[in-house]
Design a protein around this ligand. Structure first.
Ligand code: DGL
Length: 270
């Protein structure tokens, strides 16, 4: 059995394209509908109820567009809304938290893991809870890094300014034993070099989006939902203007991602 319908991926904005990048690398034959909620970004400082509401509205839209599976590319939405989405909809839903946590556990040599994310992700304890449920003896240090998202969106991904901010945020982690750090936000893989420099070479970084794409592939195959097409296409849907989206992609993500986007459309979710 196979299924050529698209995978529905959503994020609060543009950052989830890092997850799409990983998905398309390991499954170039799958088509993807990506919703970036650019009108309502950021989610990282919003209330739980608001994040659940926005996520539910987007998933409804993707289901109406005949998607076969939902991937929550946004760490904040994964942390806050995944249980709500799983209990509200019948469609398979995968978030980035569990795959990222599992990957980190497979890497750490001394059972000490750091977690970076938005305010909402860190306050939710979603990563720490899953990590502890998988291995109660883990030592976990979490740190919210709220300035990383605007840095990436401004294209400030190298040089003195992001390096100083990273040093400031991450000095707490460098004083600990942690040998593995989860990049628990869509934007952070873009700052990988800066973050790695601030933490030191011996600390391994886990890209949750990358880990998630492996889980998505496995799940599609397990459910017989994988595509048999030769190549897939990426269609992007944004809730604010296409120009604003293009500008940010060019300024920041475009430097690191090489995605072929078939079409970009502006949509109204409500
Ligand atoms: N996409 C969000 C995340 O991965 C970051 C941007 C936001 O705060 O909405 O947590």
């Amino acid at each position: 059995m196979s299924n050529d319908r698209p995978i529905g991926v959503f994020d609060s904005g543009i950052g989830g394209l890092t997850v799409v990048n990983s998905l398309m690398k390991i499954m170039p034959n799958e088509s993807i509908y990506y919703v970036g909620d650019t009108a309502r970004v950021p989610y990282g400082n919003k209330s739980k109820n608001r994040i659940k509401q926005y996520s539910e509205e987007i998933v409804k839209w993707l289901i109406d567009k005949n998607c076969k599976m939902i991937v929550i590319a946004c760490n904040t939405a994964s942390a806050i809304a995944i249980d709500h989405l799983k209990s509200t909809f019948k469609i398979p839903v995968i978030g980035v938290i569990q795959p990222g946590a599992k990957k980190a556990i497979s890497i750490t040599k001394n059972n000490s893991i750091g977690v970076l994310g938005t305010q909402a992700t860190i306050e939710s304890n979603a990563y720490a809870d899953i990590l502890k449920s998988l291995n109660p003896s883990l030592n976990i240090v979490s740190k919210a890094c709220p300035l990383f998202v605007p840095l990436v969106e401004e294209g400030l991904v190298s040089g003195e300014i992001p390096a100083k901010i990273a040093d400031q945020y991450l000095k707490k982690l460098t004083r600990t034993e942690i040998d593995t750090v989860i990049l628990g936000c869509t934007h952070y893989p873009i700052l990988k070099e800066i973050i790695s420099k601030a933490l030191g070479d011996y600390v391994k970084l886990v890209d949750s989006g990358k880990a998630t794409s492996v889980s998505v592939k496995r799940k599609l195959q397990k459910l017989g939902l994988h595509s048999k097409k030769n190549s897939g296409e990426l269609e992007v849907f944004v809730t604010d203007s296409k120009n604003a989206f293009n500008k940010i992609v060019k300024k920041s993500l475009g430097l690191n991602l090489h995605l072929e986007i078939k079409s970009i459309s502006r949509i109204d979710i409500l």
